[in-house]
Design a protein around this ligand. Structure first.
Ligand code: SF4
Length: 408
């Protein structure tokens, strides 16, 4: 399929929108009232710190809603206002945040249901409006919606589109796209749909495996079994790894994407020599600024003397998980929660440790004076972060009051 030609024709269709509807002012007000927080503003104005009683909060200098997410949410709100009587669907959670997604449901913006684990587009009728979320949609979904004569509101973040363009460039010169991402993540599914030949690598260990295959050959069957879900149909590791280009899911750990790029660059240089490297390896910088800023701010925050870190964001949010990974690697107790409701009044917290199921930790806030580092993924509104901070203040102050009472 000529994905480029299809996209070009879609962009010229009168049923396709990728800009707002000129209602920015009223939407900005609405979003401010629903998602912003005075407490967070005060903390920011106070040098990203706040001390109250025994708790000192240190907020990361970059956290929460990124530009692409704000834009996507604003476009979804605008769409509802622009088409008050239309049925509106979203192909996926617009972003990975339960509050935002619930608010959209409350506005009668519906999510495409799943049937046997697959999206059931039979619910969508001609003339319905379908919103594509910030991390995009696959070319097959766009085609299907176009064939059904739906009105498409495309809120795909331009950073994600940039990766798609990179993959198109690989395709044009017949390179295999090596995508650093998770093969079952919506963004990576969309990105791979633009590629001709692709291989999705989750981490450095998988990249090392592939580079070793390039340099030393290996067990072809083992390779194909290992990447069964993560490569294009008919992928042949013996011929499809001769020319590779690097692409990424925009929310992966930046340092890891860079290392993977270097690993492939070195492998290709070793195999084909430095003079022909350009014929075998392509790399463009497609790491999104917001992801990078949040990760850098996390490293900076960890320079402080912290007792623990709370990372706020959806459990299926990739960029939030990477923030947790950074804190965990540093050996600081770190708790990933998706809302303040995970914090119980009796000093318990239900959280998601790295690569594990939900866990319950008791007495997670130590007694005495504590310094708590706080950050949030790119799809978390300030209001949710503020609720978390308030809960921590509440628990610590209550325990202080209790202790004082006992001493009396
Ligand atoms: S994290 Fe980056 S790529 Fe994703 S929506 Fe935000 S700005 Fe766009």
């Amino acid at each position: 399929m000529d994905t480029k030609a299809f996209k070009r024709s879609l962009h010229h269709s009168d049923k396709y929108y990728r800009k707002g509807f000129g209602r920015e002012k009223e939407i900005t007000e609405l979003l401010r009232s629903e998602y912003h927080s005075t407490l967070i503003r005060q903390i920011q104005e106070n040098g990203y710190k706040l001390q109250w009683g025994e708790v000192t909060i240190r907020l990361a200098q970059a956290f929460g809603f990124c530009w692409g997410v704000e834009r996507s949410v604003a476009m979804a709100y605008e769409t509802r206002q622009q088409f008050p009587d239309k049925r509106i669907w979203i192909t996926n959670e617009i972003i990975h945040n339960p509050l935002v997604n619930q608010n959209l449901r409350n506005m009668q913006v519906e999510f495409i249901p799943l049937k046997y684990g697959l999206k059931d587009f039979s619910v969508v009728a001609a003339g319905d409006i379908v919103i594509l979320p910030a991390f995009g949609a696959s070319i097959q979904e766009m085609q299907l919606l176009n064939d059904k004569s739906c009105i498409i509101i495309d809120t795909t973040c331009p950073w994600v589109s940039k990766v798609w363009n990179t993959v198109e460039k690989h395709k044009k010169v017949d390179y295999t796209s090596i995508i650093h991402g998770k093969y079952d993540h919506e963004e990576t599914i969309a990105t791979s749909s633009f590629a001709d030949k692709y291989l999705i690598l989750r981490n450095l260990a998988e990249a090392e495996y592939v580079c070793s295959y390039i340099l030393n050959n290996g067990d072809r069957n083992e390779f194909l079994t290992k990447f069964y879900n993560a490569c294009s149909i008919g992928f042949n590791p013996d011929t499809d790894l001769e020319r590779v280009g690097i692409a990424n899911q925009t929310t992966m750990l930046k340092s890891e994407t860079e290392e993977i790029g270097k690993l492939f660059e070195r492998a290709m240089m070793k195999k084909y020599g430095p003079n022909t490297l350009n014929h075998h390896f392509l790399s463009f910088n497609t790491i999104c600024d917001a992801t990078q800023e949040r990760q850098d701010a996390m490293f900076e925050l960890l320079e402080e003397k912290l007792d623990l870190v709370v990372v706020v964001g959806g459990f299926n949010s990739s960029n939030t998980t990477h923030l947790l990974e950074i804190a965990s690697n540093k050996g600081i107790p770190a708790y990933h929660i998706d809302s303040s409701e995970r914090i119980q009044p009796d000093n318990q917290i239900q959280h998601k440790p790295l690569h594990q199921d939900l866990a319950l930790t008791e007495n997670w806030l130590p007694s005495g004076a504590i310094v708590v580092g706080i950050t949030a993924g790119a799809s978390t509104p300030n209001r949710v972060v503020a609720d978390v901070i308030e809960k921590i203040f509440e628990i610590k102050n209550k325990s202080t009051q209790l202790q004082t009472h006992c001493h009396d």
